[in-house]
Write a protein that binds this ligand. Sequence first.
Ligand code: DC
Length: 224
Amino acid sequence: MNVPRFPVIAIDGPTASGKGTVAALVAAKLAYHYLDSGAIYRVLAVAAAQADLDPDSPDDLQHIISMAANLPVQFYGDRVLLQDIDVSEAIRTEEAGVMASRLAVVPEVRAGLLQRQRDFRQAPGLVADGRDMGSVVFPDSVLKVFLTASAQVRAERRVKQIEGRGQQADFQAIFNDLMARDKRDSERAVAPLKPCDDALVLDCSNMPIDQVVATIHGWAVDRI
Ligand code: DC
């Protein structure tokens, strides 16, 4: 059977590079679906924490791996539900991000979440953001972008984001956490964070967001 292959635009990059905001805006401009794959890893992290599971314990890790394959996550616009409970805010904490990054090094966790991510590929097309969208999840993406920015700029953006939620942010702690996360995401054996050979690398340290969106949208329009 010939399965229709709707076009995918893959936007990968390190934490706080702005890829989530950019990917959502590019998706809206193209009237495409949008997949925030990091949110799926974060929901698993929240589910594991709620069940009091410790990934350093082999028994608990087995439990987390089986949760990954059957994770009851649903997206409604910008709301994220875990088994009917709204976890949209809970998944955005630094703790959830760190736990997501720890779980993301486990190959069986990644394998368990693979099909769930591929299911987002629906008509008329998809913009997907993450770490391995272009390399593993959608290797036949029509456009692969690696969106990056300096660690300083990314930490500043993360501070603004947290303060925008009315919370306090410690720049140095955030900077250190971001560097540790980059290191873990880039050095893991499976699907490490790095640009694919066929990715277009865009450093947006000094670019306003609308220019980043316009650049990627322009590349996409040329290829779809
Ligand atoms: O993009 P994010 O910060 O929400 O992602 C949280 C963590 O999930 C990130 O540190 C690594 C992991 N992740 C991944 O390994 N692969 C993806 N495609 C998306 C996220």
